[in-house]
Design a protein. Structure first.
Length: 155
């Protein structure tokens, strides 16, 4: 992972730290035990359990490295203002064409969860509305075409 800043809420940072702690203190030990047990079965060249444990070990170590990089480059979203749309805001928007309204939380890409209306600051909607004020209209460029949204409320 690069040294790119990663925007996180305190809650998101704590979740990543908990996952990292779990992987280092629990999961690593489980894999070490599995490797010892697989070695005890004999010939490692045809040992599926050993191969599986080594594969899992590689995945866990990769995730640990990824989490350490994310945490090391974390920029905590704090002191969020509500005069302009920014990361950390909840924003109510209106789709201009059909007048439907939707509320989104703008978060860093690691915390994005579209099913719970948490959108990444790198998403097309967020990129279009960041920096706007209530009443402003923006054109959103998306893979499905261009559409307009209006900022109704920032909170």
């Amino acid at each position: 992972m690069s040294n790119k800043e990663v925007y996180l809420t305190n809650e998101g940072l704590n979740k990543l730290k908990e996952e990292l702690d779990y992987l280092k203190s629990v999961k690593r030990e489980e894999i070490i035990t599995a490797l010892k047990e697989a070695r005890a079965l004999g010939d490692l060249s045809e040992n599926a359990e050993y191969d599986a444990a080594r594969g899992e070990q590689a995945q866990v170590e990769s995730r640990i490295a990824e989490l350490e990089a994310i945490i090391g480059n974390a920029v905590i979203i704090a002191d969020v203002k509500t005069d302009k749309v920014s990361i950390g805001n909840n924003v109510e928007i209106e789709y201009v064409e059909d007048k439907d309204k939707e509320v989104y939380s703008i978060v860093g890409s690691n915390e994005a969860d579209p099913f719970n209306n948490k959108i990444s600051n790198e998403s097309p909607i967020a990129r279009a509305i960041i920096g706007l004020c209530v009443g402003d209209v923006a054109d959103v460029e998306s893979p499905n075409g261009k559409y307009a949204v209006k900022v109704v409320r920032i909170f």
